[in-house]
Every structure is written in C-alpha cells, then in structure tokens.
Design a protein around this ligand. Sequence first.
Ligand code: FMN
Length: 388
Amino acid sequence: MVNFKCINHEYYLLKGDKILALIRRIFHKYPEFRHNSFKYAARFAPWIPFLGARADLSKNLKRVITFPDHSNSLYLGNPIILAAGANKTAKRIMDYSNIGFGGICVGTATRHFREGNTHRPRIGFLEHDRAIHNSMGLNNEGIEVISKRVDDQLIQAHKKGLCVGVSIAETPGLTDPDEKLKDIIESFSIAYKSADYIEINVSCPNTGEDRIDLDTNFAEKVFSQIMEFRNTRGLRKAVYAKLSPDLSERQLMVMMDMLVRNGVNGVVLGNTFPTAQISALPMRAQYEDLIPLRADGNKGGLSGRPLYENMFWTVSYVKKHYPSISIMACGGIDHGYKIYDLLKLGVDAVQCYSVVAFRWMAAHAMRKELQEALIANGYKNLSDFYGE
Ligand SMILES: Cc1cc2nc3c(=O)[nH]c(=O)nc-3n(C[C@H](O)[C@H](O)[C@H](O)COP(=O)(O)O)c2cc1C
C-alpha cells in the first residue's frame, strides 16, 4: 500500500482570482445568479483575448481509463472532470473543454422534470473557507431530455477531448420500494443510451430523502439490477457509484463489498458533505452562519477546500482494500499538485466543481500545475507517468 502524506496544497491568488472574488462580492445577494453565470464564462471565454481559453488537444495529459472486465474504455483529454451539478441541463457540453476540462458529468437527472427545493437562495459561498453550501434538491429537466441532448452532442464532445458521463438518481418522494427501484432502473436504461459512463448518485444530501448509500439492502437491489441490465447489452459501459464523504469505515466497507460483488466498475469519492455535520470538517464557518440555507429543514451539502483531507484518506482506504475498483476522487480538489498526489495514489481521474467559483480558469490552471508536478518528478507527460 502506498502511504502518502496528504497536503492541502495552497495556490497564490492571481489577478483573475481577485476579479472572481470581486464578482462574488458584487453579486453576493444573488448567489444563484452568480453561480449560473459559470456557463456563460465557459461559452464566451474563447472570445476574450489573452485568456487562452481553448480546448487543449495535445497529448500531454491524455488519459485512457481501462477496466479489467473489458467495459468500454474512457478517453479523457486530461484527467480533470467537471463534477455533476455544474451542468444539469446537458446544454452546450463542448464549452467546458474551452475552460480546460477533459471530461464532464452532466446531471444529476431524475426520471422526470423536478424543480428542486423551493426556498431561495439554495446556494451560498463561504469565502474564508473557499467552500460552497448548496441545497438545490436535484432540480433537472428529466433524464429523457438530458440523455437526448448528450446523444446529439457526444461526437462533438469527443472531438474536443471530452468524455461525457451522465449522473442519475432516484426520484425523491417515492415511498414504495418497488416503484423506487423501477424508477431508477428506467433512468439508468435511458442514460445508458447516450453516456460514455453512468454515475449513480446514491448520496445526495439535500432532497430530504433517505440516502441509498445508507440502505445496504436497497442499494444491493439497485446495483444488482443495474449490472444485470448492463451485462445484457452489446456495449459494456462503465458504471460508477457516487458515495457520500461522511460514511463511517464500517458503512464504507459494507457499501464497497456490495459494489465489488455486483461488478460495479468504479466509485466517485465523494459527494457534498452533509451540512448538518459541518463541525466534522476543518472550517471557519459554523453551523449558525448558514441560517438562510437552513430554512429547508437541515438539507444540504458542503463542497470545496475543507473536504480535501477527508476525501484523501477515504481514497487511500478504498485503494488499499479494493485495489481493482476504479476511483474518481472528488472533494476540495483545487490544485494541480493535489491531482498529481491523487494520481500517484492510484485514482483514475478527478472530479471538481467548487474550484471554478474561486479560481479563474481553474481547470487550465490545474492542468498547468499538474504538468509542472509531472516534470518536477521526472515524467515527460501522463503517458510517461503510466509507463505507456
Ligand atoms: C451547487 C452544487 C450543485 C451540485 N449538484 C450535484 C448534483 O446534482 N449531483 C451530484 O452528484 N453532485 C452535485 N454536487 C456535488 C459535486 O458534484 C461535488 O461532488 C462536490 O461539490 C464536491 O466537489 P468540490 O469540492 O470540487 O466542489 C453539487 C455541488 C454544488 C456546489
């Protein structure tokens, strides 16, 4: 087992990062608007001179994830994936290659349209912690709409070096377990038609629903049926489960044993950290600071820098005990050196989201840092790192 020190690498605030901080301050009363504007940054960045916002089609950081069960390999322009939640509509997927990503996970989608939680705002920025609190509640247009959009854009996305995952979850509010199971299997079968890989979000903390990753029996039914469906298809697409970062060692073991037993390809470690447990994280913000966002009855999750250490140790644990399962690390990744450390630990790719609110052209910055780390450690590029 590789034993690495976990370093929450720090980055210098450059001019662009300060501009972002100013934008956050100007729009502090409209956090949802501020957050939604990210898609416009992705769309218009290539037209802004000197920004260098272009898809990088060089081979330096290309990443191919292969699977021991011969599921379809995943081809990423670089190992940095934009995590679920950032593009819930699956519109204009290609724009995200302009701002440096090598993959994107769209959604999370449920079987049908959902407005999400009705209180406003559903998102807040914790400036000192470089963290975000959200309680969106799985707002989305439904898996059929999203899957169709992915299907229409997939070839273009591949040309831009983007691998496209679709994240799905069960429809909150279904009380009959059979109906709930049917609902998620239907969503899976629709997502399966279009995505490069499918991510099952079993850990959303902000719908008020009991999380599936805490219900072993139901989770076993979900994943056994999903894998049964998958194994009867001609094309074997990869299936990832996205787990919560607050699982105890025992809960994590039970869930991992079940996923491995059912042949699930990988895990995304992890989702947002349930806000009610904010004191478990190294944060300056206190539970009391989140009053407007607690209006919804304690739903919601934290993202960003404070999640990193906890995520790093979870990844180390899973890598040690379940070495054959593919891992995408997610939580507080905001520096290319962290990505290097995680790749060294054995993850196949990383996912990130909050960093785009705090670092200007975050994925491009992290790509540069990752390249720097590779060279500093004697590798020419990522292929060299993997001895390919
Ligand atoms: C506003 C917001 C919305 C999110 N929506 C989703 C979602 O729909 N599905 C999901 O699996 N994760 C969602 N997430 C969680 C992220 O995908 C990611 O797991 C989490 O933010 C931790 O990564 P980060 O620290 O890089 O942000 C959301 C996060 C935020 C901040």
